[in-house]
Design a protein around this ligand. Structure first.
Ligand code: G6P
Length: 463
């Protein structure tokens, strides 16, 4: 069996503390893939240093070798905070209003991709499958090819691919997508993002695209584009649920919310997650049903993220203001309707919290998939499951239409969904839960890894 070389911006340590929402879905997914294949996970150490000697830090644990490099202060500022998180991230989440277009950061993005290629190439053996991840590394395939790599190279985008009309606002958009067409397989979370990509290739590049098979022919190369919806590590998550940590967390929440229905949201503090909009929806519910304020408590776990980027500082301020306003207006001496927590928790603790909460609120304005929605369901008691309120703009909604789907921009819609969830009879809760849980259990992360690597392995080697 071929080894697997995974390349992503961050290399997450398997036992790192932090919510799924804090680390993103990428970490857990890739760890299990690497355990299966053996191989290397290459990326940024998360550390800053001015060392340009090309030092690679190799570490081995549990069958997985990680290889990391540090980035300079300038690279972190311009490539990570700049082009990746102030240009591509907002643009790909349909937020043209937050998208910055700076020539310098674009140049740094290309420079860091080149540095990744330079450092990782000597670690790759001729038979390895190479799997590149996410928006930080869109051009890496082309950089690796220019160094003579003939391996099968795949790419998976964990976030949405925007509609062509938005994407063309990016200067040098053609150049960027052309570099992507050096991969052999390109994966997306949903059919919707896949279609946007194929549309772009047809309309803007004039590539020959077969919509039915996702085969793109361009300048003598053929690339397969396909949707591979990511899932959770079901077995691992269930095992966490059996832990003492999960039991203690569940009990802690039940005791502290006695006689009230607990609702929960767990999200990285990111504007794409729709947090202020969600708080507005909860506020609207309290306005419309003031007699029920005492029935409800909302717990928002929101670990800070990308704090050097201005739009992230702003979202934090907005959220603090909104939760403060509602709590100021609606609290009593023995009651605070919104608990707002700026830290991450372990998977075990999250399992316990999810199980204790009868409503899970996952209402991003735009999201590639959203694994918190799946984890919330996975933690429910099948005999008395909670209700998932899910944004129709999350990739997960395509797989789980039985959730209570909402338009996260509409406070009335969110308020109505909360009312529906609070009053939902057990039979209906069970019906919806059973319709969704099969997808969560069966279309898990192992499945996802297998599907992608199988397709990549089937590509014939370049000669
Ligand atoms: C999302 C992205 C991941 C990223 C994660 C955490 O899930 O798709 O690539 O790693 O967020 O963001 P950060 O900037 O802290 O790596």
């Amino acid at each position: 069996m071929s080894r697997l070389v995974v390349i992503s911006n961050r290399v997450a340590v398997p036992k790192a503390r932090g919510a799924a929402g804090a680390q993103g879905g990428l970490a857990g997914a890739l760890n299990s893939a690497l355990k299966k294949f053996g191989g290397i996970w290459f990326g940024w150490s998360g550390q800053e240093s001015e060392d340009r000697t090309g030092n690679i830090n190799l570490q081995r644990s549990e069958g997985v070798t990680t290889a990391t490099i540090d980035l300079s202060a300038r690279d972190i500022d311009e490539y990570y905070n700049g082009y990746a998180n102030s240009t591509l991230w907002p643009l790909f989440h349909y937020r043209l209003d937050l998208t910055e277009y700076e020539r310098e950061t674009g140049i740094s993005y290309e420079r860091v991709n080149e540095r990744f290629a330079e450092c990782v190439t000597p670690l790759i053996e001729s038979d390895d499958l190479v799997w590149v991840h996410d928006y930080h590394l869109l051009p890496l395939g082309e950089r690796l090819r220019s160094r003579g790599l003939k391996n099968r190279i795949g790419f998976f985008l964990h976030i949405p691919w925007p509609p062509t009309r938005l994407f063309v606002s990016l200067p040098f958009h053609e150049r960027l997508v052309k570099t992507m067409l050096h991969y052999d397989v390109i994966g997306f979370q949903t059919q919707e993002w896949l279609e946007s990509f194929l549309h772009y290739c047809t309309k803007e590049l004039g590539a020959d695209v077969d919509e039915a098979t996702g085969l793109i022919s361009y300048e003598g190369r053929t690339v397969r584009a396909k949707a591979y919806p990511i899932g959770i590590d079901w077995d691992h998550f269930q095992a966490q649920g059996d832990s003492e940590e999960a039991k203690v967390a569940e009990q802690r929440l039940i005791e502290s919310t006695r006689n009230r229905t607990a609702m929960i949201g767990v999200d990285r503090l990111d504007y794409s997650k729709g947090l202020p909009e969600r708080i507005d929806g909860i506020g609207r519910f309290f306005d419309q049903h003031s007699e029920r304020v005492r029935d409800l408590v909302y717990i928002q776990i929101a670990p800070p993220s990308r704090e050097d980027v201005q739009s992230y500082q702003q979202i934090r301020e907005t959220l603090e203001q909104k939760t403060g306003q509602i709590n100021g207006a609606r609290s009593e001496v023995d009651l605070v309707p919104i608990r707002y927590v700026n830290r991450g928790y372990s998977h075990g603790e999250l399992f316990g919290f999810f199980r204790a909460c009868k409503i899970g609120l996952v209402t991003p304005l735009r999201d590639g998939m959203n694994l918190v929605a799946k984890e919330y369901l996975a933690a429910q008691d099948p005999e008395d499951p909670g209700v998932l309120i899910l944004s129709r703009f999350a990739g997960a909604a395509a797989q789980m239409p039985e959730a209570v789907l909402v338009n996260p921009h509409s406070p009335d819609d969110v308020s109505h969904a909360i009312k529906l969830a609070l009053d939902m009879p057990l039979e209906e809760r069970k019906r919806r839960y059973h319709a969704m849980i099969q997808t969560v259990r069966d279309d898990n992360v192992q499945d996802w890894t297998e599907a992608f690597t199988r397709d990549l392995a089937e590509v014939s080697c370049k000669t």
